[in-house]
Design a protein around this ligand. Structure first.
Ligand SMILES: C[S@@+](CC[C@H](N)C(=O)[O-])C[C@H]1O[C@@H](n2cnc3c(N)ncnc32)[C@H](O)[C@@H]1O
Length: 301
């Protein structure tokens, strides 16, 4: 096992290559300063320290502290080719508990910023569909939608509800445009509700997708839905699933996306919560590239 990614550690560039992670870190994590795993752990903690700064300060004078740079460093580190055992050893380090929440919170906010930027680009474009396809993660959404359509046993004409649809409701757009579904998005931020409605109109999908201003407590709605999808960034997870387990009738299908491969687990916000007893997982589909998420399917029993 090797990791060959260039990391920016402590403001300096370090190239990591050819290290045998098994030999270097198990059980040597923290004791071998030259190990690849130590460097990865150090990089994660350095990202964490920047993210905490990001929470505290409004402005940056140092380009290495810019949210975009931090986001790219995070993307690099989670994409490292590290097997699950090694990732476990790195991520189970006690100092990471606080880092998880700070890093996932930062990523969630930055992702929303990227979506707002792209939504505005779509609004200003003479070719809105091309502008949508230019979004960096578009191909990931195509693959995820294919998986979710199949995993939930949906058919054209069915209705999917997405909790946390955001400023650019890409999941709903792809599911509805590619698979002929009808979509309902629920979004809690009024500005994002307005922007997403405008984007949907601009893409000519207003007949297929509507956005409701609300949150998990808006559920259930009167209209029957064939699948409820919970966004990776929808919070608070325990409150959302407890509520859904209480109010949704038996047989309701739900799905959500997790990160479970290698260091991507650093981004996972689902695994720390235990699902209510009446939500049963009936299917788990691991990612097909370019998607990175495993899709989990639940049913209310
Ligand atoms: C950035 S979007 C990501 C979804 C992405 N656009 C997609 O199509 O897959 C996540 C959104 O979830 C919203 N959100 C988080 N928790 C929520 C909740 N409990 N109810 C409704 N919206 C929520 C946030 O305001 C944010 O805009």
């Amino acid at each position: 096992m090797t990791c060959t990614t260039k990391l920016y550690t402590g403001g300096q560039t370090a190239f990591i290559h050819g290290s045998d992670l098994h030999e270097n870190i198990i059980p040597g994590l923290g004791t071998s300063p030259d190990s690849c795993a130590d460097t990865i752990a150090g990089e994660i903690m350095d990202i964490y320290s920047k993210v905490v700064d990001f929470d505290r300060k409004e402005r940056y004078y140092n380009p290495s502290n810019q949210p975009k740079t931090i986001f790219q460093r995070l993307d690099q580190v989670i994409a490292l080719d590290v097997d699950d055992t090694t990732a476990d050893a790195i991520l189970s380090s006690s100092g990471f508990n606080l880092a998880f929440d700070a890093i996932t919170g930062f990523r969630s906010r930055y992702t929303a910023e990227l979506e707002i930027e792209q939504a505005n680009a779509i609004m200003g474009s003479s070719d809105p569909w091309q502008s949508l396809k230019d979004f960096a993660y578009f191909s990931n959404y195509i693959e995820l939608a294919r998986t979710e359509f199949r995993g939930a046993g949906l058919k054209a004409g069915d209705t999917v509800l997405f909790l946390g649809s955001g400023p650019l409701p890409l999941s709903l757009i792809v599911l509805c445009q590619k698979h002929g579904l009808k979509g309902i998005g629920i979004e809690q931020e009024p500005d994002r509700v307005k922007l997403s409605r405008r984007v949907i109109e601009r893409l000519g999908l207003s007949d297929q997708i509507r956005i409701i201003k609300g949150n998990h407590l808006t559920l259930p709605i009167e209209e029957p839905v064939d699948l409820i999808m919970v966004a990776a960034q929808a919070e608070p997870k325990d409150v959302i699933f407890d509520h859904l387990a209480t109010v949704m009738p038996a047989g309701t299908k739900m799905s959500y996306r997790i990160y479970e491969k290698g260091l991507r687990r650093l981004l996972d916000t689902f695994s720390r919560y235990e699902l209510p007893a009446n939500l049963k997982e009936y299917l788990r589909i691991r990612p097909t590239p370019p998607a990175n998420n495993t899709s989990i399917f639940l049913s209310v029993v």
